[in-house]
Design a protein around this ligand. Sequence first.
Ligand SMILES: [Zn+2]
Length: 402
Amino acid sequence: MLIQCSLIIQNLVPRPAKANSQSLRSYLLTKKVNGKYYVFVLNSMYPNGIHYDIAMLENIYYKFIKEKKMGLEFREPRQMLLIVADDKEMLHSFYHQLIDIINGKNVVIGKRHLLNTASSNNYNMVCSTKPLEFVAINRFDNSLLNMKHLGKLVLENCDLPTIPVEIGSLPIRYLSISGSKLPASQFSQDTFWNWLSMDTVCGTLLTLKMDSVGLKSLPFEILFLKNLQTLSAAKNMLTYLPHFIAEMKKLDCLFVGDNMLSYYPDSICCRIFQKVDISNNPFQLPESLVFEHLVKYNDVFTSLKRPDDDVIVKPLSHLSFYSLINNCVPFKRQDIPRSLWLYFDVVGRCMLCKRLLLPDYCEINHRFGLPTAINLTKDQRTTRLSRQYLLCHISHKFCVRR
Ligand SMILES: [Zn+2]
């Protein structure tokens, strides 16, 4: 449940604070994530919210609850939340829900009441007719489609069964879906990224954050974001980074820590990034160099190859695919055959002549080194890792640098 209140957050260590005595208009809500209960605080100091684990709740001061006041003392972080609620009844219910949670009851947290808090969903829109930022509490709100000047959209820790394609028509510069639950059904997954193909957002989006959303591969639509500078896809299940990210010329911050990467694309090492985080990845090439996404590609397309396994005349599908990438034409993925989606996982450029290549025309090799970045975050043990590169190889002839 959700209550509106004035809230003071006090640090109890290292010194009982007087510095943290600022009272802020806040929203407090109970949340259940992966079976654990939290008090979630949202205010101007924490526009993206902050979670307090209810298991860490040490004391509830409820003596003055009739005067709409309550205190929550947490062990970790060592902080006290001093609440002055707007509504006495709501504070009562909030208190009782906390007690039920502490007593180990399986509390179902209703979201119904959030429906009439459309305006309270966002701090910055309350007093503004042209909101520039929107922070959703735990679900998508269609009202934001009317915010024609929206520059920052935070959809973190939300249920996101879909993102309407119209979002792509807003001039969003910053978008985060970190921690959100993406759709489970195949159809919804297939259409989920369509908003990235819209002209407006393709030009305006500078930062895209999608940490902890269970990604197994990066959606190829990010390729259309020609001005994207920061891409964060940490804490996912990525086993590889597609070579096509080298096509994103403005990209200079890449956060892919806590994934399952076995190599780094050599193609993005020819320029220096501002920040790269590759920590907590295995960076171990599979034995016999079998990569799952390449196997998938080969399973679909090997049967289409000539018996002599030599491709001299390129199929039209390859040529048109190269053309799509070279011209950076945004499209919806449903507009091309599903099998061609696999092309994006494997396409890259020849290290020497820079031609676009599908695996049919190249050798895949590795050399050792590190990503090139001014601020590189990596595991201490990582002194070098495999950087994968492609080299033209047609009719047993190797690439000649042009
Ligand atoms: Zn070449």
